[in-house]
Design a protein around this ligand. Structure first.
Ligand SMILES: [Zn+2]
Length: 305
C-alpha cells in the first residue's frame, strides 16, 4: 500500500479564511504520521506531464493554469477558486500523484494507493477551474489508465458530499468510464440529479440534507455497489472527499467516521472481485480538520488491511 504526496501540495494557498487550506493536508498527514501507519510505502508524487493533462483538459485551460503568475494577493479564477504562487506546482503534483499511483497498481508495484494531495479536482471540467479545483486529477488518471494501460472499464467512485460535476462532464460520453456518486442535494454545484445518466455510464445518488449512516449504507448496498459490480471494473479510482461527515461545516450529511471504513471495505471487495485488487484513492474535500483527519485515517487503515 503506497501513500503518494508532495510538500508542494502544502504551498497552494487560497488565502486567509478559505476552507480549502493547507491545514487540511497537514491534518491528514499528521493523522498518518503514527506507528500504525508505519507500513505505508511513502512515495513523492511526480508532476503530471502536459500530455497527461491534455487527455482531459483543453490546451487553453492547461496554459491558463500553468502560465498564471499570481502574486501574494492571489489570482481569483471564480468566486471560490483562487491561485497563489504555489498553486500550479501543487496542481501538477496532485494530478501526477494519481497518475503515478495508477501506474504503480497497473504494473503490480503495489495493490492499492492513497494520494494525500491538494488542490482537489472533481469540480474541474475540461476547460474550467471551479469549486477549489484546478486540474481534475482523478479524471486525468482515468484517461491515463485507458490510454496507457489500454483499460476498457475504469470505475470512478465519488463519495465527496459535493457532486463531481467536472468528472461527470468529462466522461459523460465515454463508456469506458463508469462514474458513480453519492452527494448531498441541494448543494453546490447543483448537478448530480439521478436523471443525469450520460451514455448509461453515470450513476448519481442525490441525498437530502441530514441523511444518516443507515440510509447512506442502504443507497450504496442497494443501488451504487450493484451498478459497480455489474460494470466489472478493471481499476477502481476513488474521489475521496470526507465532507459528508456530520461535523463538516460546508454540508449537512450526517456520516460517522466508521461509515468511511465501511464503504472503503466494500470498495476493496469490488476491486478484489474484478480488478485484481487495483484501487487508487485521492483526497478531494473535507473541511472539519478533526473529522477529516479521523475519516481519512479510517479510510487508509482499511486500505492497508
Ligand atoms: Zn466536497
Amino acid at each position: 500500500m503506497r501513500l503518494y504526496t508532495h510538500p508542494a501540495c502544502l504551498q497552494h494557498d487560497p488565502g486567509p479564511g478559505h476552507p480549502e487550506s493547507p491545514a487540511r493536508l497537514r491534518a491528514v498527514l499528521d493523522a498518518l504520521d503514527h506507528d500504525s501507519f508505519a507500513a505505508l510505502d511513502r512515495v513523492e508524487a511526480p508532476r503530471a506531464s502536459r500530455l497527461q493533462l491534455l487527455r482531459t483538459h483543453t490546451l487553453e485551460h492547461v496554459a491558463r493554469i500553468l502560465e498564471a503568475r499570481p502574486d501574494e494577493n492571489g489570482l481569483r479564477l471564480d468566486e471560490d477558486t483562487v491561485m497563489s504562487p504555489g498553486s500550479a506546482e501543487a496542481a501538477l503534483r496532485a494530478a501526477g500523484a494519481v497518475v503515478a499511483a495508477v501506474d504503480a497498481v497497473m504494473t503490480g508495484a503495489c495493490e492499492r494507493a492513497f494520494c494525500a494531495v491538494r488542490p482537489p479536482g472533481h469540480h474541474a471540467t475540461a476547460d474550467t477551474a471551479m469549486g477549489f479545483c484546478l486540474f481534475n486529477s482523478v479524471a486525468v488518471a482515468a484517461a491515463h489508465a485507458i490510454a496507457e494501460h489500454r483499460l476498457k472499464r475504469v470505475a470512478i467512485v465519488d463519495f465527496d458530499v459535493h457532486h463531481g460535476n467536472g468528472t461527470q462532464d468529462i466522461f459523460a460520453r465515454e463508456p469506458k468510464v463508469l462514474y458513480v456518486s453519492s452527494h448531498q442535494a441541494p448543494l453546490y454545484p447543483g448537478t448530480g440529479d439521478a436523471i443525469e445518466t450520460g451514455v448509461g455510464n453515470i450513476v448519481n445518488a442525490p441525498l437530502p440534507p441530514d441523511t444518516r449512516s443507515q440510509e447512506f449504507r442502504q443507497i450504496w448496498d442497494g443501488l451504487l455497489l450493484p451498478r459497480l459490480h455489474d460494470f466489472r471494473p478493471q481499476l477502481v479510482l476513488i474521489s475521496a472527499g470526507f465532507d459528508a461527515h456530520r461535523l463538516d461545516p460546508l454540508a449537512q450529511l450526517q456520516l460517522e467516521t466508521e461509515d468511511y471504513a465501511w464503504l472503503t471495505d466494500r470498495l476493496m471487495h469490488l476491486a478484489d472481485a474484478h480488478a485484481h485488487g487495483r484501487l487508487v484513492s485521492s483526497l478531494e474535500g473535507g473541511y472539519d480538520l478533526a473529522a477529516l483527519a479521523a475519516a481519512s485515517a479510517a479510510h487508509v487503515r482499511e486500505l492497508m488491511a
